[in-house]
Design a protein around this ligand. Structure first.
Ligand code: OOG
Ligand code: MG
Length: 262
């Protein structure tokens, strides 16, 4: 812990106001170069506490920067995690109001819902598969509060890993007969395929992202409770969107999820 508690609180307030008012900012490590990873997660947890204090709810978790495509695009080489607040959820087929966002991008993801708690250290893919109730296709809409999406790992973690909106759809599918590594995905923008991939792009197996999350939370003495929705991370590069765009994600065996931007 390198930063004083007052600074952590001030950074959380600053980043949350940028989120709520759709204003961008320079990355916070520019002004606080000594900030460490613990500080970064402390800022994220302070943002989470601000939302809960106003009556908000956390409705899920997300792993971020779990594929090589995402790491390369963002120039960050380590995975991370964030939380999903109640008002981030958008109905399948619904519309996202671009006026509320800065510079949204969409990511194709496989979302897990757990039926048993997962706890690290030592959480592995087998434990995740045993604890998975079902998987669903998900589109995550990310919206970094940092100017031009330029950040480092600490800055993005503090900013709740660019979390902004998410949509789940398709059908809730048990995983018994699925190989999540070979599930094909197609992301379409205005009817045109713009990104294509397979589950293995996420840490070799999307369940590895959930195990990683349980292990990172375990270091803080936290667990993933049963019944948690978790986004396992973008399978491909994120795709920029603007008002007027329509996005559809198709995942083999899991169905389709769509969202429009207005
Ligand atoms: C950080 C969030 C990354 C993912 O799925 O990899 C993320 C960012 O790229 O802005 O949500
Ligand atoms: Mg994501």
């Amino acid at each position: 812990m390198a930063l004083a508690p007052e600074i952590i609180a001030r950074l959380a307030e600053h980043l949350e106001i940028c989120e709520l008012e759709a204003r961008d900012t320079t990355k916070i490590t520019d002004d606080h170069p000594t900030m460490d990873m613990e500080d970064a997660y402390s800022v994220q947890y302070a943002i989470r506490a601000r939302k809960i204090a106003r009556g908000g709810r956390v409705v899920g978790l997300k792993a971020g920067l779990t594929s090589r495509a995402k790491m390369k695009q963002m120039n960050v080489s380590e995975p991370s995690y964030g939380f999903l607040a109640d008002y981030f959820a958008v109905q399948d087929g619904g519309e996202v109001n671009c006026a509320e966002l800065i510079h949204p991008r969409v990511e194709p993801e496989i979302a897990f819902v757990t039926k048993a708690a997962l706890k690290g250290p030592g959480c592995h893919i087998g434990a995740v598969l045993a604890a998975t109730d079902f998987v669903v296709p998900a589109i995550e809409i990310i919206d970094s509060r940092y100017r031009d999406f330029k950040f480092d790992l600490k800055s993005v973690v503090a900013d709740n890993c660019s979390s902004s909106r998410f949509v789940v759809g398709g059908s809730a599918t048990p995983i018994d007969d699925l190989d999540l590594r070979t599930l094909g995905i197609v992301l379409e923008k205005n009817g045109v395929p713009v990104a294509i991939g397979a589950g293995a792009a996420v840490l070799g197996h999307p369940a590895a992202a959930i195990a990683m999350l349980a292990n990172m939370l375990g270091r803080r003495g936290e667990e993933i409770p049963a019944g948690t929705l978790i986004l396992s991370g973008g399978i491909t590069e994120a795709v920029a969107v603007e008002a007027g765009d329509a996005i559809t994600l198709r995942i083999q065996s899991l169905g389709t999820v769509s969202v429009r931007f207005g």
